[in-house]
Design a protein around this ligand. Structure first.
Ligand code: NAP
Length: 679
């Protein structure tokens, strides 16, 4: 297979400088990659002049619909991508993490964007800030897409997931993507990318692909561009310290390697259910992707009296792991990605032997060494057995906390107190994830207090959560992925947070009318438009932001309050007993129930006949600001605040509702949600 670049709408095939990429399993050539000329200027021009503007024409929801269509298209090619991935050493189960996981991540982003982002071009961050006494000058933080590119440099281990988890939020943000996959598994990323481009679901220029070197591309970027890097700490440092990246203020996010750990709680006894959970998590993390997961457990930190049991239990399971041809259904663990990668792991094992004893595995293997693998030639493929080490004195050790052997390797080490466990955890210098298996909330709370700041994610598991827990090593699109220090300091995923990563936050200060115009959301204090037709008789399409109706007054009587109290059963003293109400610092006398006011308000503004309003789906931000006494009058205003189209049939309307008394004082306000027929 030729792994071509895709630049300015053209496929650029490998030239005579191309290099072969060989199978992790057989060492046969499976692809070739490389081309001398990378025209970085035309790459950037195409993204910035065509892709960016076309993407930014679309609303968040339109981009989300396209992302969903893209993910749906990729589903058709899951099997083809899986077949290709066997060459990378991945078993079918490994490919599920990469391919199904990547497509699933795109689906989650599309659906979260539909639910949590507006059907608009501007994203508001937080509430409107009152900046003046009378509300004629207000503030709002907004996000808008950066008019640059997002250059995504990916690691080799997840060619599909690694590409889609960054591509999805960037496209949702409206920022075109340039993908640079790791060479050794680039043919899988390329096959997936080709499907996406040829689907023509996103506008031309939305996505481009660099097969091979990035040339001088990084030197051309500026502060509107983002580099999202995933890979080793050494490469991150090299790229991040590029003088032009620094001078031009390029936003550089790094997801690096990490010495992730799993702690067995001091409360857990050998042989208990919680103990078995730790063993299962460790074995899964060591064998999935042959340990080539950035989140894999590298250090197992166990109470000193339980360490021998942990070693016995993990060793027994590791010895049962069948290493072999990843295409065979009974293979538990395939090959590492290349012989070079295996040599790197072996070299690190050699170094770690100064601090650790090998409990299971072959210690250091050399190229050409053979051992039992099923269905494949162990001398040709990058196979290695899972290897468990034991470090008896982790407090004085350093390599075991700092050297990542990126393969099926983990080390068991003892601790004697929760504080010591935290000290060992933190010796990793910042990690992507730490897991803790405990059923003791004090242990969990102590670990959070002493260690949370050292990790991007803390994963607690025990027998209560085990059935549904998502696994130590699985980054989820809903939760942030990344970690401080050694892990790179970057942050990916985390739902809408990831979309914001590609956008600029700007604080806008203006009058309510201007702010309403900018955001498309009615801001209290902005000019309202009185309507002749009741808004409940208007379709979603016809309703205008700021359109309003006023209703009332309705006088509240003591009988109303008593009737409501006995009807609902809410006979709280403030509504029923004048002396008790007066003794309360908030009430001058018996007061009307807040819910009575809401009910009366609905009675005032509702237009009862069947029409475009399909359902009342909720309310937000309800506040009661002033007590309402018997004899007071209630007036209500209902204003169209924002509209979010859900599909061709209906959309959600959010209404700003204000309740006032006869003196014009606001007594309550809230945001009402209805679902309205589209046309
Ligand atoms: P790597 O060698 O650092 O390469 C990462 C990426 O950088 C590849 O696409 C590579 O392309 C590219 N690259 C290397 N030198 C470059 C240069 N001078 N200019 C532009 N691009 C350059 O890492 P890897 O071996 O692919 O991945 C394994 C490492 O990644 C492990 O340490 C693992 O812990 C880490 N990782 C971290 C995460 C995370 O989320 N934190 C996820 C996965 C993996 P070429 O392949 O063409 O050199």
């Amino acid at each position: 297979m030729d792994v071509s670049s895709y630049i300015a709408g053209q496929w650029v095939a490998p030239d005579d400088t191309a290099r072969p990429i060989v199978s992790a399993v057989t060492s046969d050539v499976v692809a070739q990659i490389g081309c001398q000329s990378l025209n970085s200027q035309s790459l950037l021009n195409y993204a910035k002049n065509q892709g960016g503007p076309a993407l930014r024409e679309l609303t968040f929801h339109q981009r989300a619909s396209r992302l969903k269509a893209l993910a749906t298209k990729l589903l058709e090619y899951k099997e083809a991508l899986t077949m290709l991935s066997f060459h990378t050493g991945s078993t079918r189960a490994d490919s599920k993490i990469d391919i199904d996981g990547g497509i699933g991540t795109a689906f989650v982003f599309a659906s979260k964007a539909k639910r949590e982002l507006p059907d608009a071009h501007v994203l508001c961050d937080g509430d409107v800030e009152q900046l003046s006494r009378n509300g004629s000058f207000v503030g709002q933080h907004i996000y808008t897409p950066k008019p640059g590119v997002s250059l995504q440099i990916n690691a080799y281990n997840f060619p599909v997931w690694g590409m889609l988890e960054k591509l999805a939020p960037s496209l949702l943000a409206g920022v075109p993507v340039i993908v640079k996959p790791a060479t050794v598994t680039s043919y899988v990323a390329y096959a997936c990318f080709k499907i996406m481009v040829e689907s023509e679901i996103f506008p031309p220029g939305s996505m481009q692909f660099i097969a091979g070197s990035t040339g001088n591309l990084l030197d051309q970027l500026d502060f509107q561009d983002t580099v999202s890097f995933t890979g080793s700490a050494a490469t991150a440092k090299l790229l991040q310290s590029n003088p032009l990246i620094l001078a031009n203020g390029v936003n550089f996010s790094a997801e690096q390697d990490s010495l992730n750990a799993s702690v067995l709680g001091i409360d857990v006894r050998a042989g208990s259910e919680d103990f078995d959970i730790l063993v299962a998590e460790v074995v899964r993390e060591m064998s999935a992707k042959a340990g080539q997961k950035c989140t894999a457990i590298r250090r197992i930190i166990a109470p000193e009296q339980v360490v021998p049991d942990v070693i016995d239990a993990v060793s027994a399971k590791l010895r049962d792991i069948k290493v072999g041809d990843p295409t065979l259904s009974d293979t538990d663990m395939g090959a590492l990605v290349s012989l070079e990668q295996r040599a790197d792991v072996q070299q690190k094992l050699q170094a770690l032997s100064s601090e650790c004893a090998t409990v299971v595995g072959h210690g250091a293997l050399n190229v050409g060494d053979t051992f039992e693998v099923s269905g494949a030639d162990s001398a040709k493929g990058a196979f290695m057995p899972p290897t468990l080490l034991h470090c008896a004195n982790p407090t004085d050790a350093s390599l075991v906390h700092s050297m990542e052997a990126f393969g099926p390797v983990a080390t068991v080490m003892p601790y004697s107190s929760v504080l010591e466990a935290c000290t060992l955890l933190n010796k990793g210098g910042g990690s992507l994830v730490a897991s803790v298996i405990t059923s003791d909330a004090n242990v969990a709370q102590n670990i959070v207090a002493h260690s949370a700041a050292f990790h991007g994610r803390l994963y607690f598991n025990n027998m209560q959560s085990a059935k549904e827990a998502t696994g130590h090593g699985s980054p989820l699109p809903h939760m942030t992925h990344g970690g401080p220090g050694r892990a790179g300091g970057g942050e990916e995923l985390g739902g809408v947070r990831a979309v914001k990563h590609y956008m600029q936050r700007t604080s806008v200060q203006a009058s309510p009318d201007l702010l309403t115009g900018i955001t498309g959301i009615y801001v209290p204090g902005a000019t309202k438009t009185k309507t002749d037709t009741h808004p409940f008789r208007k379709t979603f399409h016809d309703l205008q932001i700021g359109e309003t109706i006023s209703a009332g007054p309705r006088v509240i009587s003591l009988e109303d309050i008593e009737h409501f109290a006995h009807f609902t059963g809410d006979t709280f003293y403030a509504h029923m007993d004048a002396d008790a109400a007066k003794a309360n610092p908030f009430f001058p006398d018996r007061v009307a129930h807040g819910y009575l006011l809401l009910s009366f308000a609905a009675g005032l503004f509702v237009d009862p006949d069947p029409g475009p309003v399909l359902a009342n789906t909720g309310l937000n931000s309800l506040s009661f600001q002033k007590p309402v006494l018997s004899g007071d009058s209630l007036l209500v205003s209902l204003t169209v605040k924002r509209k979010t189209r859900r599909n061709d049939e209906y959309g959600e309307v959010r209404w700003h509702v204000e309740l006032e008394n006869q003196d014009g004082d606001q007594v309550a306000s809230y945001e009402l949600h209805t679902m309205n027929a589209y046309q």
